[in-house]
Design a protein around this ligand. Structure first.
Ligand SMILES: Cc1ncc(C[n+]2csc(CCOP(=O)(O)OP(=O)(O)O)c2C)c(N)n1
Ligand SMILES: [Mg+2]
Length: 358
């Protein structure tokens, strides 16, 4: 049976020692979490600006408002664990340790980007860091995650794969097939549904008669609900789930309740159509994950205003450096067009390239 949210609230980590200052986390750790989420926010704001002036083209989906989900599920992972995601994945890539400069250069479509400038915003990859994309087809990464889980089992490793998907993806057929196989083969995958309440512009309640977490019941996969705006809660729960998965319990399913503060993509409206401005402002006021952590730290005397300002300045500098790196990087050479593809280039493609080069 799937567990209920109430049964599964969790407790602070056991390793809590003398220096523990909030919910089992040290002051230094807490500063690290805030700093990282601020970096995500500033990175995305910079991407938003770059898109507006045409430096980033194509699709671009920002993760502003959902930062605690990225950090909370990824920070507790080991370096050799895997993460796979959909197209709203910039901050998840950063959380997995990818270089902000290479991620920004990829958004700019430049040769020094993590995917050689040929993937763009929706296709961030770094095999060394265990970040396996960046997938633009809704739900496509879910069976791939099951495949990664199968590889881990086949090679008898104790790694874990975290698979992020959106709320709209739980109505895709591929999702259900992958859930079934994951359960039957007891695959070491944590499926994290980022329930930001909407698909592109459709509220989840309009496309489902059940809660998201209930979807796991059909496959007898333990289901959990977390407050995705509270990074400390997410981290605690992730640590517990990682222990369970590494000890061979098989897949876990999490509904992370969160909210998106920007439009679906850069070319979509932020509010006023499918959701009201009042709803958005209420969420920004009360459910901003960065504000929630920052206020807790300030009120608990675990952070000073000066420390906060210094931290913000530091991450702004890091983002500026990423922008400089992206700006300075060249566009990929046309000869690169047919590299890194599954099929060899055919004569037609070769003629096309030769024609352009000549
Ligand atoms: C198979 C498929 N159908 C439709 C689309 C178009 N599409 C892109 S994003 C999206 C909504 C997905 O919403 P959700 O899974 O909740 O993720 P979110 O954007 O909220 O992060 C749709 C319908 C697509 N990319 N792939
Ligand atoms: Mg959604």
């Amino acid at each position: 049976m799937a567990e209920t949210a109430a049964e599964d609230r969790g407790s602070p980590p056991d390793e809590a020692g003398d220096e523990v200052s909030l919910e089992g986390f040290t002051r230094e750790e807490l500063h690290g979490f805030l700093r990282e989420m601020l970096l995500f926010r500033r990175f995305e704001e910079s991407a938003e600006e770059a898109y507006a002036i045409g430096k980033i083209g194509g699709f671009c989906h920002l993760h502003i408002g959902q930062e605690a989900v990225a950090l909370g599920f990824i920070q507790p992972l080991r370096e050799d664990d895997y993460v796979i995601s959909a197209y709203r994945e910039h901050t998840q890539a950063l959380a997995k340790g990818m270089d902000a400069r290479k991620v920004m250069a990829e958004l700019y479509g430049r040769a020094d980007g993590c995917s050689g400038g040929k993937g763009g915003s929706m296709h961030l990859f770094d095999a060394e860091k265990g970040f396996l994309g960046g997938h633009g087809i809704v739900g496509a990464q879910v069976p791939l995650a099951a495949g990664v889980g199968w590889k881990i089992r086949y090679r008898e490793e104790d790694r874990v794969c975290v698979c992020f998907l959106g709320d709209a993806a739980v109505n895709q057929g591929a999702f259900h097939e992958a859930m079934n196989m994951s359960a039957v083969w007891e695959l070491p995958v944590i499926y994290v549904v980022e329930n930001n309440e909407y698909g592109m512009g459709t509220h989840f309640g309009r496309v489902s008669t059940t809660e998201i977490v209930q979807r796991s019941c059909a496959y007898d996969i333990p289901g959990h609900v977390v407050n995705g705006q509270d990074v400390l809660e997410v981290m605690r729960r992730t640590r517990e789930l990682l222990d369970r998965v590494r000890s061979g319990e098989g897949p876990q399913f999490v509904e992370a309740r969160t909210y998106r503060f920007k439009g679906h993509s850069m070319s979509d409206p932020v509010a006023g159509t499918y959701r009201s401005r009042e709803e958005l402002e209420r969420k920004q006021e009360h459910e901003d994950p960065i504000r929630i952590l920052k206020d807790r730290l300030l009120q608990g005397d675990l952070l000073t205003q000066e420390e906060l300002e210094a931290m913000d300045e530091e991450v702004r500098g890091e983002v500026e450096e990423a922008v400089r790196f992206a700006d300075d990087s060249p566009f990929p050479d046309t000869a690169e067009l047919y590299n890194d593809v599954y099929a060899q280039v055919n004569d037609h493609g070769r003629l096309f390239l030769d024609g352009r080069d000549g």
